[in-house]
Design a protein around this ligand. Structure first.
Ligand code: 5GP
Length: 118
């Protein structure tokens, strides 16, 4: 499977569609999810073109990986979710991934309950 240049997050990265931007640097962009599943629901995506977690972890450079995860930590730090939060990355069909550009969900702002609904 090759990277789809027309996926929605690629368009957000190219500023072709808007997003509620939180922060970014050379390695990541953080923005609010359009359909929040919790009081805080933020997406953090790498600037590079990686389809999913497996693609990113296997093929991104050490600088890209470090930059992305340091960015993720900085974003989480600034979201006022010291009481706890959840990181989720859906991967592929069975993982329920809808957008084929690697992303991490940051969810928080309330007690999130069990890890899976069923
Ligand atoms: P996935 O199911 O791939 O892990 O998550 C994709 C997420 O992207 C969903 O939570 C969905 O609400 C969010 N999303 C889809 N389209 C857009 C969009 O155009 N803008 C923003 N900000 N989020 C989107």
């Amino acid at each position: 499977m090759s990277y789809d240049q027309n996926n929605i997050f690629a368009k957000i990265l190219r500023n072709e569609i808007p997003c509620k931007r939180i922060n970014e640097d050379a390695h990541y962009l953080a923005f609010h999810d359009i359909h929040p599943k919790a009081p805080i629901h933020v997406l953090v995506i790498p600037k590079g073109h990686y389809i999913n977690a497996q693609d990113f972890h296997r093929n991104a450079s050490p600088e890209e990986i470090t930059g992305f995860y340091k960015g993720l930590a900085a974003v989480a730090e600034n979201l006022n979710i010291q009481e706890g939060f959840r990181l989720i990355s859906n991967c592929g069909l069975n993982g329920g991934q809808e957008v084929p550009h690697y992303h991490m969900h940051i969810l928080g702002g309330r007690q999130l309950g069990p890890m899976l609904a069923a």
